[in-house]
Structures are given as C-alpha cells and as structure tokens.
Ligand binder design. Structure first.
Ligand SMILES: [Zn+2]
Length: 73
C-alpha cells in the first residue's frame, strides 16, 4: 500500500481527476491535456528511455508519473 499512499498525498480532488485520466489513457481512449489540448502520450516502462513511465503532453503541463504497481490493481 505504500505506493498508493504516496500518490494519495495530492489533494483528493486532483487525485480523483488524475485517476480518471489515467484510467482513460490506460484503456487506450484518446485524451487531451486539460491545459494545452494536445494529445496525451502514455509512456510505459518498456518504451521508457529518458523519462519515467507516466502520462505526458508535448508542452509538459501534464506530467503524471505512474506507479504502475498501484495502477494495475
Ligand atoms: Zn499540456
């Protein structure tokens, strides 16, 4: 549970929004950054090069690092 608890330090509202967004992206549904409206890019551990796994937009206003152990449950 420690991974989940560390993520949960975000405010509960943004945590909720983030969870919904992560779910959509992981389900392969096209999603846009709320700030810049650019398509979000999902980076998984297997294609990760420089950055950690997570969800990013091109401009960098969406930058969600994923704890995949927690997300996959
Ligand atoms: Zn953006």
């Amino acid at each position: 549970m420690t991974d989940f608890e560390s993520i949960n330090k975000l405010t509960s509202q943004s945590f909720k929004q983030q969870k919904g967004l992560i779910k959509r992206v992981l389900n392969g549904k096209p999603s846009q950054c709320a700030e810049c409206k650019q398509p979000l890019e999902l980076v998984l551990p297997e294609d990760q090069k420089a950055k950690s796994s997570g969800i990013y937009c091109k401009k960098g206003c969406t930058d969600i690092e994923l704890e995949l152990d927690a997300v996959n449950k």
